[in-house]
Design a protein around this ligand. Structure first.
Ligand code: NAD
Length: 339
């Protein structure tokens, strides 16, 4: 079987880490037909109107994309294509696993998964200024939109993920003591959904500030964390920090009709074009894609080989303290995948 997948190499280090990842995917023997796309801008309106666009058409047809990072201008210029793609395909679940790869770093044996709600909360962009007197920006007002349907599908996604991947515990992270409605609804729905999984996956909840501290003090007490957009944004970067930073942090944006797999990091313009980029996070994202496609054996081989190359063979790019180039790392991982 050949899988048709949309390929977006992206900007900055994107083309380098994408080429490295394709070399590793090629070594798995799984057959892909890549539909390569290069989005420049993408204007998806807040209410979901989707313009005719080759990238959108491609993902609509394939249902799966492997994506490098895309640059977003700060302050002015076009809006984030990443956010536009999430909106266009209602990619409600942002999945970010973190795992210790290099022993002897701050924490041993970290193996956590963040399931972040990707489409609601404070990030819906419902905000405005209120003028008072001659100050047009005297007050800024932002609304968090949290729906029962949105809470239900993300919490259910977390439990289903836990079941499929043999995880023992789902923790709902919230701030329901203060945000009694926006966060209270999330916790209420979390408790309801958890009852359906009783006896199969354990459940508990943590207030977000305590969760942030506990992640630093005793991260091993967590397993799968599910939370709303803003809390997930902050805690998932904290979790990436527990295992040594962004170079090892893969991610997936998943909806009911499409999924986009990408590393958590950005375009790294400071090192682009020099062969220094670490492609491990995109390779691990590709492993998640293989798992999503049902190619679990190939997924395990890619993930295991990336970990073995870094941990055991000490083939590491500069960000991990080594001197391997992007292509040297790719060739080594591809060799391990073939073994
Ligand atoms: P960044 O992640 O690109 O870089 C932060 C630091 O980490 C830099 O020092 C960089 O060299 C290093 N780094 C990142 N990835 C690396 C890798 N794979 N190997 C080695 N070192 C790596 O973050 P930034 O500088 O804040 O953002 C740059 C651009 O990327 C911006 O335009 C931003 O909008 C975009 N961005 C895109 C995505 C995405 O497409 N999903 C995500 C984040 C940022």
């Amino acid at each position: 079987m050949t899988y048709r997948v949309t390929l977006i190499p992206g900007d900055g280090i994107g083309p380098e880490i994408t080429a490295a990842t394709l070399q590793v995917l090629d070594a798995t023997g799984v057959a892909f037909e890549w539909d390569q796309q290069a989005p420049a801008t993408l204007a998806v309106e807040r209410r979901g109107e989707v313009p005719a666009d080759p990238v959108i058409e491609s993902i609509r047809a394939t249902g799966v994309a492997l994506k490098g990072p895309l640059a977003t201008p700060v302050g002015s210029g076009h809006r984030s294509i990443n956010v536009a793609l999430r909106r266009a395909f209602d990619l409600f679940a942002n999945l970010r696993p973190v795992k210790t790869v290099i022993p002897g770093t701050c924490y041993e044996d970290i193996d956590l998964v963040m399931v972040r709600e990707n489409t609601e909360g404070l990030y819906v962009g419902v905000e405005h200024f209120v003028a008072i007197g001659d100050d047009p920006r005297a007050v800024a007002e932002s609304s968090a939109i949290v729906t029962r349907r949105g809470c239900e599908r993300i919490v259910r996604f977390a439990f289903e993920y836990a079941l499929k991947h043999g995880r023992r515990l789902v923790t709902v992270v919230h701030k329901a003591n203060i945000l009694k409605m926006a966060s209270g609804l999330f916790l209420e729905v979390g408790r309801d959904v958890a009852k359906e999984y009783e006896g199969r996956v354990a459940f508990n909840d943590r207030i977000v500030d305590n969760a942030a501290m506990q992640l630093v003090l005793h991260p091993q007490q967590f397993d799968v964390i599910v939370t709303t957009n803003r809390f997930g944004d902050i805690l998932s970067d904290e979790m990436a920090g527990l295992v040594g930073g962004l170079g090892l942090a893969p991610g997936a944006n998943v909806g009911s009709k499409a999924a986009i797999f990408e590393a958590v990091h950005g375009t790294a313009p400071d090192i682009a074009g020099h062969g220094l980029a670490n492609p491990a996070a995109l390779m691990l994202s590709a492993s998640m894609m293989l798992d999503y496609l049902g190619e679990t054996d190939a997924a395990q081989r890619v993930k295991g080989s990336v970990i073995r190359a870094i941990r055991d063979d000490e083939v590491r790019t500069r960000d991990l303290g080594g001197d391997a180039t992007t292509t040297e790392f790719a060739s080594h991982v591809a060799k391990l995948v073939r073994c």
